[in-house]
Design a protein. Structure first.
Length: 246
Protein backbone atom coordinates (compact mmCIF):
# COMPACT_ATOMS: atom_id res chain seq x y z
CA UNK A 1 0.00 0.00 0.00
CA UNK A 2 1.30 3.48 -0.81
CA UNK A 3 0.19 6.61 1.03
CA UNK A 4 1.01 10.11 -0.20
CA UNK A 5 0.18 13.23 1.81
CA UNK A 6 1.75 16.64 1.73
CA UNK A 7 5.54 16.28 1.78
CA UNK A 8 5.64 12.61 2.75
CA UNK A 9 5.20 9.52 0.61
CA UNK A 10 4.86 6.21 2.44
CA UNK A 11 4.93 2.71 0.99
CA UNK A 12 3.65 -0.12 3.18
CA UNK A 13 4.16 -3.87 2.93
CA UNK A 14 2.49 -5.69 5.78
CA UNK A 15 3.16 -3.34 8.68
CA UNK A 16 6.35 -1.77 7.28
CA UNK A 17 6.82 1.43 5.32
CA UNK A 18 9.50 3.87 4.29
CA UNK A 19 9.22 7.63 3.86
CA UNK A 20 11.02 9.72 1.26
CA UNK A 21 13.16 12.59 2.61
CA UNK A 22 11.16 15.32 4.31
CA UNK A 23 11.01 18.98 3.36
CA UNK A 24 11.48 21.86 5.79
CA UNK A 25 9.08 21.83 8.73
CA UNK A 26 6.49 24.41 9.73
CA UNK A 27 4.91 24.95 13.15
CA UNK A 28 1.56 23.91 11.71
CA UNK A 29 0.19 23.13 8.29
CA UNK A 30 -3.29 21.95 7.43
CA UNK A 31 -3.50 18.84 5.22
CA UNK A 32 -2.61 19.66 1.63
CA UNK A 33 -3.32 17.94 -1.70
CA UNK A 34 -1.33 14.77 -2.24
CA UNK A 35 2.03 15.09 -3.97
CA UNK A 36 2.91 12.92 -6.98
CA UNK A 37 3.76 9.35 -5.97
CA UNK A 38 7.46 8.59 -6.23
CA UNK A 39 9.14 5.23 -6.25
CA UNK A 40 10.33 3.80 -2.98
CA UNK A 41 11.48 0.43 -1.75
CA UNK A 42 9.78 -1.35 1.17
CA UNK A 43 12.02 -1.94 4.16
CA UNK A 44 11.78 -4.67 6.80
CA UNK A 45 9.79 -3.85 9.92
CA UNK A 46 12.97 -4.06 11.97
CA UNK A 47 14.15 -0.85 10.23
CA UNK A 48 11.33 1.11 11.90
CA UNK A 49 12.56 1.90 15.40
CA UNK A 50 10.28 2.05 18.41
CA UNK A 51 10.48 5.65 19.56
CA UNK A 52 10.00 7.01 23.07
CA UNK A 53 9.69 10.30 24.90
CA UNK A 54 13.15 11.90 25.11
CA UNK A 55 14.46 10.41 21.85
CA UNK A 56 16.23 12.81 19.50
CA UNK A 57 16.88 11.51 16.01
CA UNK A 58 15.79 11.58 12.37
CA UNK A 59 13.03 9.02 12.96
CA UNK A 60 11.38 11.36 15.51
CA UNK A 61 11.52 14.15 12.96
CA UNK A 62 9.86 11.85 10.42
CA UNK A 63 7.14 11.07 12.97
CA UNK A 64 6.58 14.76 13.73
CA UNK A 65 6.37 15.69 10.06
CA UNK A 66 3.87 12.93 9.34
CA UNK A 67 1.65 14.02 12.25
CA UNK A 68 1.83 17.65 11.11
CA UNK A 69 0.82 16.73 7.57
CA UNK A 70 -2.12 14.74 8.94
CA UNK A 71 -3.41 17.76 10.87
CA UNK A 72 -2.07 16.99 14.35
CA UNK A 73 0.27 19.21 16.37
CA UNK A 74 3.46 17.52 17.61
CA UNK A 75 5.15 20.87 18.22
CA UNK A 76 8.24 21.93 16.25
CA UNK A 77 9.45 19.40 13.69
CA UNK A 78 12.92 19.27 15.19
CA UNK A 79 13.58 15.57 15.85
CA UNK A 80 13.29 16.02 19.63
CA UNK A 81 10.50 14.07 21.34
CA UNK A 82 9.25 16.36 24.09
CA UNK A 83 5.91 16.99 25.75
CA UNK A 84 4.34 18.57 22.66
CA UNK A 85 5.18 15.51 20.57
CA UNK A 86 3.57 13.25 23.18
CA UNK A 87 0.38 15.32 22.99
CA UNK A 88 0.31 14.95 19.20
CA UNK A 89 0.99 11.21 19.39
CA UNK A 90 -1.74 10.72 22.01
CA UNK A 91 -4.33 12.43 19.83
CA UNK A 92 -3.35 10.34 16.81
CA UNK A 93 -3.34 7.11 18.79
CA UNK A 94 -6.78 7.80 20.25
CA UNK A 95 -8.26 8.51 16.81
CA UNK A 96 -6.74 5.26 15.54
CA UNK A 97 -7.93 3.15 18.50
CA UNK A 98 -4.46 2.67 19.97
CA UNK A 99 -3.91 2.94 23.71
CA UNK A 100 -2.26 6.37 24.07
CA UNK A 101 1.33 6.33 25.29
CA UNK A 102 4.54 8.28 24.83
CA UNK A 103 6.03 5.81 22.39
CA UNK A 104 5.68 4.98 18.71
CA UNK A 105 5.83 1.24 18.06
CA UNK A 106 4.66 -1.07 15.25
CA UNK A 107 0.93 -0.34 15.72
CA UNK A 108 1.43 3.41 15.58
CA UNK A 109 3.79 3.23 12.59
CA UNK A 110 1.25 1.06 10.75
CA UNK A 111 -1.54 3.52 11.57
CA UNK A 112 0.61 6.39 10.29
CA UNK A 113 0.87 4.55 6.97
CA UNK A 114 -2.92 4.11 6.78
CA UNK A 115 -4.58 6.54 9.20
CA UNK A 116 -8.25 6.70 10.13
CA UNK A 117 -10.27 9.80 9.38
CA UNK A 118 -12.57 10.48 12.35
CA UNK A 119 -16.27 10.86 11.64
CA UNK A 120 -17.70 14.30 12.34
CA UNK A 121 -19.54 14.63 15.66
CA UNK A 122 -21.94 17.14 14.08
CA UNK A 123 -22.07 16.33 10.34
CA UNK A 124 -24.58 19.11 9.65
CA UNK A 125 -22.84 21.67 11.83
CA UNK A 126 -21.31 24.94 10.66
CA UNK A 127 -18.67 24.45 8.00
CA UNK A 128 -16.13 26.25 10.21
CA UNK A 129 -16.46 24.91 13.74
CA UNK A 130 -14.84 23.29 16.75
CA UNK A 131 -16.05 19.90 17.97
CA UNK A 132 -15.20 18.83 21.51
CA UNK A 133 -15.40 15.07 22.01
CA UNK A 134 -15.50 14.69 25.79
CA UNK A 135 -15.80 10.91 25.64
CA UNK A 136 -12.53 10.47 23.77
CA UNK A 137 -10.88 13.67 25.03
CA UNK A 138 -10.30 15.14 21.59
CA UNK A 139 -10.80 18.47 19.83
CA UNK A 140 -11.54 18.69 16.10
CA UNK A 141 -11.39 21.99 14.20
CA UNK A 142 -12.99 22.38 10.77
CA UNK A 143 -12.46 25.22 8.31
CA UNK A 144 -14.74 25.49 5.27
CA UNK A 145 -15.98 21.95 5.87
CA UNK A 146 -12.49 20.46 6.10
CA UNK A 147 -10.91 18.90 9.19
CA UNK A 148 -7.66 20.84 9.71
CA UNK A 149 -6.67 20.11 13.31
CA UNK A 150 -7.10 17.25 15.79
CA UNK A 151 -5.86 17.74 19.34
CA UNK A 152 -5.67 15.95 22.66
CA UNK A 153 -7.64 17.71 25.42
CA UNK A 154 -8.47 17.45 29.11
CA UNK A 155 -12.01 18.46 30.09
CA UNK A 156 -13.87 18.75 33.40
CA UNK A 157 -12.93 16.16 36.03
CA UNK A 158 -16.53 15.80 37.30
CA UNK A 159 -15.17 16.16 40.85
CA UNK A 160 -16.48 18.58 43.48
CA UNK A 161 -14.35 21.63 44.27
CA UNK A 162 -14.66 24.62 46.58
CA UNK A 163 -14.26 28.17 45.29
CA UNK A 164 -15.56 31.65 46.17
CA UNK A 165 -17.49 30.36 49.16
CA UNK A 166 -19.42 27.51 47.59
CA UNK A 167 -19.07 23.99 46.21
CA UNK A 168 -19.32 23.22 42.50
CA UNK A 169 -18.76 20.26 40.17
CA UNK A 170 -15.99 20.39 37.56
CA UNK A 171 -18.24 19.72 34.58
CA UNK A 172 -17.76 20.69 30.94
CA UNK A 173 -21.16 21.79 29.61
CA UNK A 174 -22.51 19.93 26.59
CA UNK A 175 -24.37 21.74 23.87
CA UNK A 176 -24.08 24.12 20.93
CA UNK A 177 -22.21 27.37 21.52
CA UNK A 178 -20.19 30.08 19.79
CA UNK A 179 -16.90 31.79 20.60
CA UNK A 180 -17.90 35.14 22.10
CA UNK A 181 -14.63 36.44 23.57
CA UNK A 182 -10.94 35.79 23.07
CA UNK A 183 -7.84 36.48 25.16
CA UNK A 184 -4.60 37.51 23.49
CA UNK A 185 -2.41 35.85 26.12
CA UNK A 186 -2.54 34.82 29.78
CA UNK A 187 -5.59 35.62 31.90
CA UNK A 188 -6.21 34.85 35.57
CA UNK A 189 -9.59 33.59 36.77
CA UNK A 190 -10.72 32.56 40.26
CA UNK A 191 -9.90 28.96 39.29
CA UNK A 192 -6.50 29.49 37.70
CA UNK A 193 -4.70 30.86 34.66
CA UNK A 194 -5.77 30.43 31.04
CA UNK A 195 -3.66 30.97 27.93
CA UNK A 196 -5.16 32.35 24.71
CA UNK A 197 -8.64 31.38 25.81
CA UNK A 198 -11.55 31.19 23.36
CA UNK A 199 -14.63 31.59 25.56
CA UNK A 200 -17.73 29.79 24.32
CA UNK A 201 -20.15 29.66 27.29
CA UNK A 202 -20.09 31.75 30.47
CA UNK A 203 -16.58 31.37 31.88
CA UNK A 204 -15.90 28.16 29.96
CA UNK A 205 -13.21 28.28 27.31
CA UNK A 206 -10.91 26.28 25.08
CA UNK A 207 -7.49 27.38 26.29
CA UNK A 208 -3.83 26.54 26.53
CA UNK A 209 -2.54 24.87 29.69
CA UNK A 210 0.87 23.35 30.51
CA UNK A 211 -0.82 20.36 32.18
CA UNK A 212 -3.05 18.34 29.83
CA UNK A 213 -3.03 14.82 31.29
CA UNK A 214 -4.53 11.64 29.87
CA UNK A 215 -7.68 12.07 31.95
CA UNK A 216 -10.27 14.81 32.57
CA UNK A 217 -8.66 17.22 35.03
CA UNK A 218 -10.00 20.74 34.51
CA UNK A 219 -12.63 22.72 36.41
CA UNK A 220 -14.79 22.56 33.28
CA UNK A 221 -12.80 24.31 30.59
CA UNK A 222 -11.31 22.45 27.62
CA UNK A 223 -7.56 22.35 28.14
CA UNK A 224 -5.34 22.04 25.08
CA UNK A 225 -1.52 21.90 24.82
CA UNK A 226 0.33 25.20 24.86
CA UNK A 227 1.73 24.88 21.32
CA UNK A 228 -1.71 23.91 20.03
CA UNK A 229 -3.34 26.91 21.69
CA UNK A 230 -1.41 29.23 19.36
CA UNK A 231 -2.92 27.39 16.39
CA UNK A 232 -6.43 27.23 17.81
CA UNK A 233 -6.42 30.95 18.66
CA UNK A 234 -6.11 31.67 14.93
CA UNK A 235 -8.60 29.01 13.84
CA UNK A 236 -11.43 30.10 16.16
CA UNK A 237 -12.35 33.75 15.55
CA UNK A 238 -15.27 35.26 17.43
CA UNK A 239 -18.52 33.75 16.21
CA UNK A 240 -17.08 30.30 15.44
CA UNK A 241 -19.50 27.57 16.42
CA UNK A 242 -18.42 25.19 19.21
CA UNK A 243 -20.17 21.85 19.64
CA UNK A 244 -19.51 19.90 22.83
CA UNK A 245 -20.55 16.25 22.85
CA UNK A 246 -19.93 13.09 24.85
Amino acid sequence: MRVSLGTIVLTATGSAFIAVPLLSAQAYAAPVPAAPVVASTPVPQAALPTLHYGDHNAAVRQLQQRLTDLGYDPGPVDGQWGTATSFGVWAFQKVNHINPSSNCGPKTWAALASPRTPAALVPKGATSRAEVDVKHQLLFVYKSGRLVLTSHISSGSEKRYYSSGHWSVAHTPRGNYSVYRKAAGWETSPLGRLYKASYFHGGYAIHGEPSVPLHPASHGCVRIPMTTSNIVAKLLPIGTRVYVRG
